[in-house]
Ligand binder design. Sequence first.
Ligand SMILES: NC(=O)c1ccc[n+]([C@@H]2O[C@H](COP(=O)([O-])OP(=O)(O)OC[C@H]3O[C@@H](n4cnc5c(N)ncnc54)[C@H](OP(=O)(O)O)[C@@H]3O)[C@@H](O)[C@H]2O)c1
Length: 262
Amino acid sequence: MDLGIKGRKAIVNGGSAGMGKGSVRALAKEGCELYVSARGEERLEKACEEIAKETGANITPIVADHSTDEGRERILAACPEPDILVGTCAPPPTTGDYRTISTEAWESTLSIALLSPVKFMQATIDGMVQRGWGRVVNIGTGAAKYPAQIRILSGPPRAALVNYSVAVAHAVAKHNVTINNILPGMYHTATIHDGYTALAEKNGTSYDEEVDKFIKEWRIPAEKFGNPDDLGAFVAMFCSEQANFLVGQSLVIDGGIGNTTF
Ligand SMILES: NC(=O)c1ccc[n+]([C@@H]2O[C@H](COP(=O)([O-])OP(=O)(O)OC[C@H]3O[C@@H](n4cnc5c(N)ncnc54)[C@H](OP(=O)(O)O)[C@@H]3O)[C@@H](O)[C@H]2O)c1
């Protein structure tokens, strides 16, 4: 299926690994011109080269921290008029007792997971409105919808982001600018790989055994973690020409872990 976005300029913030990288791959396959940010240069260059080689897409890596003004300026200087904006970051640290979460930890997660995507939307949506076409997809977390004490630094900032993006989505939908969110459950991404490998070393088990433990404890109906490239395909679909009537929605893709009918 042709998603009708060939030649569209797309910024993907946080695109050197995990679901951001999956999104870059899916948009590249559709013929988008990509501008991809991440802080770590080596992994970013490698990811962009790999996907460019695979797809023939034009991909510009931008080494930048998208949670800082300087980083945002660098990204927007490279691509001042994006048609597509996809935003993500690494999963914020898991949390223990809610009373022990420091102000610094709150400030950090708010600046990366909430303020950064808000500032990118502020900076890019007017141009999309003027040009009469735009797509914004925030990759958040299922914890925005299903709160849990271990995800306090992840869920609440993204619940706020979803609320903000729906309000803005309603204001700009008539200009063919859509804003939507994808809320993932557990996926085999870089951070999950590092975290579960460390856990396995500590427990004398393997990565797969630790993943299996989590699946059983949290009763994931699909009995597996997701593939970040599959999530990326949904991001591309949300960025498609055909998604022009999809306004302010938040799709949970989590293997069924969230028990709800709607
Ligand atoms: N993986 C899961 O199981 C899971 C579960 C629920 C929700 N989520 C959510 O899904 C999203 C993606 O997670 P993921 O697991 O795919 O992440 P990941 O594999 O850790 O990849 C994160 C990407 O974002 C980049 N990044 C992080 N902070 C950045 C910053 N400040 N500026 C620029 N780039 C930045 C990273 O590169 P650098 O580090 O080099 O900057 C990397 O490219 C997050 O919102 C997470 O909360 C993930």
